[in-house]
Design a protein around this ligand. Structure first.
Ligand code: ADE
Length: 420
């Protein structure tokens, strides 16, 4: 471990590789770089302290550098014990960014680092999963006077924030960056779709063609995972609790059935629900010898790993990111310890999708600064104009032109009188 006053990372000697990876990501994050160019000129975040608990990846480093270009001082830690890219963490530390994070963090270090971010007295928080906001509200309420707002990256975090809001327990405004259309319709669908399979493949090198893949959850993430599995030749089964989503999965051409049936026939079973104990001891008992499990939801609670361990005679680390659970009569396999497989076993979403997601984060910070006097202590969405602007920046960076309405069309859309 390399530690100093302002950093704790695995190995500073990895910084050169981290720098190369950050540059590689940057070359695929055109929309975010455009935001950075403007920020560098206008300095909308001048002098602002931003505390972040986000996956420490090469894409996140591009966001950090964008916020710094906008004039912010940034402190960052991870938001999942297995997702930090140690070379990137080293590169950020070398740049002088305050950073505490390494891959494989203990729970104690995870919360110690979150507390380092809180001790930095952030004026804006950026969270992925709401652990930072939750820790501030639970144990450091007195610091809330400094905070002008927060941003939340993921569906799970928004669910927690809305629960806080309902309990009147949320004491500063938070922007639901996840709810930007340019976030959930792209990051959750294309990002999770591709990177979940990437994680499972890196952990197992298994062929998806011809396999029965069970996907628990048919939200934007589940839809993406189902589509990509299908595209690779798998027979896809979806399990759902929401009738509309279950119907959508059926209409999209997948088999839909309860997990109590699906568990017995899946070769690969992927949870992406955001809820707890989707796969339990009852399901492990039903599973086929050799079945592979992976979770792509934010927290490691979807698969009852503790229960699985208790049922097992022996647990073996077969290879990086893959554990074998010997249940006597059969063996079951688990990717990435049941943590977010795309980040635990691969590199997370590709840079292109993170570019639009992180434009949302950068512009949300700017929005908070501009509107700090009027935002209520609640969960807010960014205005549609900002969401549209992100899409425009991304299209522009991809060299895509598109149409706009004619005056006549605009008038037609606002006129209720014209009919048959
Ligand atoms: N969430 C999913 N993929 C990610 C990535 N590449 N960087 C940061 N957060 C992520």
């Amino acid at each position: 471990m390399d530690a100093g006053d302002n950093h704790e990372v695995a190995d500073l000697s990895l910084a050169d590789q981290g720098e190369l990876n950050i540059r590689w990501a940057e070359s695929h994050m055109g929309s975010l770089l455009k935001v950075r160019q403007r920020f560098a000129k206008e300095k909308p975040l001048k002098g602002r302290r931003i505390g972040m608990a986000l996956h420490v990846t090469k894409e996140t480093a591009v966001l950090v550098n964008t916020l710094v270009a906008g004039g912010a001082e940034v402190a960052i830690t991870g938001c999942n014990p297995l997702s930090t890219q140690d070379d990137v963490a080293a590169a950020l530390a070398k740049q002088g960014v305050k950073i505490w994070s390494y891959k494989g963090e203990t729970t104690k270090d995870y919360y110690r680092y979150i507390n380092n971010i809180i001790a930095f007295k952030p004026e804006i928080t950026i969270d992925d999963g709401c652990d930072l906001v939750s820790e501030i509200h639970k144990n450091h309420k007195h610091l809330i006077t400094y905070i002008i707002g927060g941003c939340e990256e993921t569906t799970t975090g928004i669910i927690r924030l809305k629960a806080m809001e309902k309990d009147h327990a949320l004491h500063y405004p938070v922007i639901a960056v996840n709810d930007n259309r340019t976030k959930h319709l792209f990051d959750n669908y294309y990002g999770t779709g591709q990177s979940t399979l990437d994680g499972i493949i890196r952990a197992t090198n298994i062929l998806f063609a011809g396999k029965t893949v069970v996907i628990a959850g048919y939200g934007d993430c589940g839809k993406g995972v189902a589509n990509r599995s299908c595209g690779m030749g798998s027979n896809v089964i979806v399990t759902e609790v929401d009738p509309v989503r279950a119907l959508r999965a059926k209409m999209d051409g997948y088999r839909v059935m309860p997990m109590s049936e699906a568990a017995a026939i899946g070769d690969i079973i992927i949870t992406v629900t955001g809820d707890k104990h989707v796969l339990t001891k009852d399901h492990f008992r039903l599973m086929k010898d050799g079945a592979i499990m992976a979770n792509s939801g934010h927290f490691d609670i979807e698969i009852d790993v503790v229960g699985l361990k208790k049922m097992s005679k022996k647990v073996t680390d077969v290879r990086t990111g893959l554990q074998e659970f010997d249940l006597g009569k059969k063996k079951l396999y688990l990717c990435g310890e049941g943590r977010l497989v795309n980040l635990a076993c691969a590199e997370g979403h590709p840079s292109e999708v993170m570019s639009t997601s992180f434009c949302g984060q950068a512009l949300a910070c700017e929005y908070i600064v501009k509107n700090q006097d009027s935002l209520a202590d609640a969960v807010h969405r960014l205005p549609k104009e900002i969401d549209d602007e992100i899409a425009r920046l991304q299209l522009d960076s991809m060299g895509v032109e598109f149409d706009s309405l004619t005056k006549e069309q605009e008038k037609y859309l606002s006129d209720w009188k014209e009919g048959t």
